[in-house]
Design a protein around this ligand. Structure first.
Ligand code: NAD
Length: 341
């Protein structure tokens, strides 16, 4: 790799969003170093880039500080996406989540500080807003994480902003809303809706719609998210938090229509909002971000790539009920045991 090229690091680069970001950075001509411990990521997400001499993949836990330091040395930008990102298991194994998402972020921040990187882009989550009161939800809304995944991502963001204010590390934090697109994560855990529905469609099973399906989500196509990362890295702003969303909520029932399948309904889950809707005015004004992919175009491209979901688990109402037992046990307020004073 030539010394004059721009060196960048993508942690979590073998994951869903990280692999798309890596692709875009390679296309920009950067020397890209991926750090990933393959907890949920897959090397095949980067297989189409395997002939790229400007890409190096380091199979590594970001908590391994010495080895992470070595990879960060000489990097201009760090995009920190490494995290455990499935929500349901975070309720069963909270310490695994804080280790990966909070400790992992602290180690990445420290390695970035020592390396003197010029931009550190942290990947935050709209789950920090919990059940918001204002729609569209601005960055100034109160943070009310409802489960350990949301808490861990919020703490990671606070750490990143702390490293910015104490050590002057140039940090931008992007709060992503419901990302979907090619290579969407399909681990054994019950998770993101598009992956669940497309695996069900391939198996000829009905889509398991939570509640009556009228709830809406701000589905954001992954190439729009990648564009936000690239804009954040190019800007000179720091210590700033941005929502990244389409700004156009779509109901689950509309997705069922677009993916064209029968539906079966499963119980609504406590702790989940009826709507997510990003106020994107800050990122539009500051970085010129404008989402380009409509939900109709995005859903069509997911259907075109449905083969990706062949090996994904096929969920049924019964298996979802078992997988989400801890969720109902801990997040249903009517079953919560109050602490005695
Ligand atoms: N997908 C979404 O809708 C969404 C929404 C908000 C925020 N995010 C955030 O975006 C980021 C990427 O999420 P994704 O959906 O692509 O999930 P993903 O699971 O596909 O990607 C996460 C990657 O991080 C890797 N990883 C986990 N722990 C690690 C560790 N300790 N060291 C090194 N690598 C590690 C995993 O192997 C995986 O490749 C995460 O930080 C997630 O919290 C995602």
């Amino acid at each position: 790799m030539s010394e004059s090229t721009r060196k960048v690091v993508v942690t979590g680069g073998a994951g869903f969003i990280g692999s798309s970001l890596t692709e875009a950075l390679v296309a920009e001509g950067a020397e890209v170093h991926v750090i990933d411990n393959l907890a949920t990521g897959r090397l095949e997400n980067l297989a189409h880039l395997s002939s790229e001499s400007r890409l190096a993949v380091h199979e590594l836990d970001v908590n391994d500080l010495d080895r992470t330091r070595a990879v960060f040395r000489g990097a201009r930008e760090v995009y920190h996406l490494a995290a455990l990102a499935d929500i349901v298991p975070s309720i069963e194994r909270p310490l695994e989540y804080t280790r990966a998402n909070v400790d992992g972020t602290l180690h990445a921040l420290e390695a970035a500080r020592e390396a003197g990187v010029k931009r550190f882009v942290y990947t935050a989550s709209s789950s920090c807003y919990g059940i918001p009161e204002a729609f569209p939800t601005p960055e100034s809304a109160e943070m009310r994480p409802q489960y350990p995944y949301a808490l861990s991502k919020m703490l990671g963001e606070q750490a990143a902003l702390h490293w910015c204010s104490v050590y002057g590390l140039p940090v931008v934090s992007l709060r992503l809303f419901n990302v979907y697109g090619p290579r969407a994560r399909t681990t054994g855990s019950y998770g993101a809706m598009f992956g669940v529905f497309l695996a069900q469609k391939l198996a000829g099973k009905p889509f398991t719609v939570v509640g009556d399906g009228s709830q809406t989500r701000d589905f954001t196509y992954v190439t729009d998210v990648v564009d936000a990362f690239l804009r954040a890295a190019k800007s000179s702003l720091s210590g700033v938090v941005f929502n990244v969303g389409s700004g156009k909520p779509t109901s689950v029932n509309r997705i069922v229509e677009l993916l064209d399948g029968p539906a079966v309904h499963i119980p609504k889950r406590p702790g989940e909002p009826d709507c997510t809707h990003a106020d994107t005015s800050r990122i539009r004004d500051a970085l010129g971000f404008q989402p380009r992919v409509s939900i109709e175009q995005g859903a069509r491209s997911m259907l075109d790539q449905i083969g990706h979901f062949e090996r994904a688990p096929v969920w049924t109402p019964e298996s979802i009920s078992v997988a989400t037992e801890a969720w109902f046990q801990h997040l249903d307020p009517s079953r919560r045991v109050e602490a005695t004073p």
